[in-house]
Design a protein around this ligand. Structure first.
Ligand SMILES: Cc1cc2nc3c(=O)[nH]c(=O)nc-3n(C[C@H](O)[C@H](O)[C@H](O)COP(=O)(O)O)c2cc1C
Length: 392
């Protein structure tokens, strides 16, 4: 029988699902309700010395038809003061004295900016600090984030390290070319773990009547943070990159919508996962299906705990020269399933090697033309195409 208990640093979580910093952790009563619902831990909305006002509006849900693809936000840190957070944390601790409760913090260009927040919050029994390094960099140019500037990152992590014996988790930004470079700087400056990752810089869209960005505040807007399903491949890649190269534990974060996404992050090297957008869209109750279905999967695979899954995929994530380029696969249509809709024909004709046509109302593959790219497998709505070993 599998269990979901998860060890992360010195913390024990009842399951690997953590509420990421954001609106679902913007006040104590929300966190209490989430813990009651069964969440394994929570990262509080980022706390800084001065409360941050909230732009209105600040969210734009990006859709394709009725499907939600992601969300653009222009929200920064918590609008509550540090004093207020001291009370909120006390309230959470009165109901849940031991559940992992991580304080996300952000500061500026001098040690007290970070250390004062730590000094104030630590006595209220937070379990760890997560550094939000997606805040403006004090060392770099306009618009640069702390997590994009090596010198600034190194300084800020060492100030935080100096100020606390609690675990220090650095939440890396994916908006860099080489995430390992920044992860190593954070590790060398004293980080104990990473959250990977924060949101991707994005522009939610343009209103074609007013030419305002989406979202906009009275017609003007800023580059925001893109999260939700569209972020997953980027953050998953960042997670695997860092997990392959550095020994620190990772909280995987970005576009997790269901137990599968979470399991993939664990397989890519994360020890726990954090979720924001999916909770904002569907409510804290998603924890029920996340935990049940992850547990079922672990049972099916014979894994005793989420830890058994951590990093399982890493040996299979390689670089191009490691691929066996002699492997010869071709598409094969399952005639019993194909209904001759022709979607694969269009895709193959314009996007691949013109190998598929409709013959007697069914898709037919010319094996001499098929290059085994897999496009038809992906676009078939009925799952009627397989890749098989070529006999030629
Ligand atoms: C409205 C909103 C506010 C957020 N606020 C914070 C924050 O205060 N601190 C932080 O580190 N991340 C913040 N995030 C980023 C999330 O914690 C998370 O890293 C990101 O959204 C990717 O995860 P997701 O795809 O599950 O949403 C926020 C995200 C959203 C959508």
């Amino acid at each position: 029988m599998s269990g979901l208990e998860t060890k992360f640093l010195n913390l024990t979580l009842p399951n690997p699902f953590i509420l990421a910093a954001g609106p679902p952790t913007a006040k104590g009563e929300l966190v209490i309700e989430a813990f009651k619902a069964g969440w394994g831990g929570a990262v509080l909305k980022t706390i800084s010395l001065e409360p941050t006002p909230l732009p209105k509006p600040r969210l734009h849900v990006i859709k394709s038809g009725r499907d939600k693809r992601g969300m653009l936000d222009i929200e920064l840190f918590s609008n509550l003061s540090v004093e207020r957070w001291e009370d909120e944390i006390d309230m959470i601790r009165a109901s849940f004295p031991d559940r992992p409760l991580i304080a996300s913090i952000a500061g500026g260009g001098s040690p007290p900016d970070w250390q004062e927040v730590i000094r104030r919050l630590e006595p209220h029994r937070v379990s760890a600090f997560e550094m939000n390094v997606s805040c403006p960099s004090f060392a770099g140019g306009k618009g640069e984030k702390l997590g994009q500037n090596p010198e600034a990152l190194e300084k800020a992590v060492s100030w935080v390290r100096e100020a606390t014996k609690l675990p220090v988790i650095v939440k890396l930004t994916p908006n860099v070319t080489n995430i390992n470079f920044f992860a190593k700087i954070a590790m060398d400056a004293g980080a104990d773990a990473f959250t990977i990752s924060n949101s991707l810089q994005g522009l939610g869209g343009i209103d074609l009547d007013t030419f305002s960005p989406l979202p906009s505040v009275d017609g003007i807007g800023i580059i925001g943070g893109y999260g939700g399903p569209g972020l997953k491949p980027v953050s998953l890649r960042c997670t695997a990159n860092v997990a392959k190269n550095l020994p620190l534990p990772i909280i995987g974060c970005g576009g997790i919508s269901n137990w599968r996404d979470a399991a993939e992050y664990l397989a890519a090297g994360a020890s726990a996962v954090a979720i924001c957008t999916a909770v904002m869209w569907n409510g804290i109750q998603i924890i029920d299906s996340l935990t049940k279905e992850l547990e079922n999967y672990l049972n099916r695979k014979g894994f005793a705990s989420p830890t058994d899954l951590t990093g399982r995929a890493l040996p299979n994530i390689v670089t191009f020269p490691d691929l066996d380029l002699s492997l010869n696969l071709v598409a094969s249509i399952v005639n019993e399933i194909c209904n001759g809709c022709g979607i694969c024909v269009k895709a193959c004709t314009s996007g691949a090697y013109q190998a598929i046509t409709i013959v007697e109302d069914l898709a037919w593959v010319d094996l001499l033309k098929c290059s085994g790219c897999g496009l038809c497998v992906g676009v078939c709505p009925l799952n009627a195409v397989r890749l098989v070993q070529s006999v030629n």
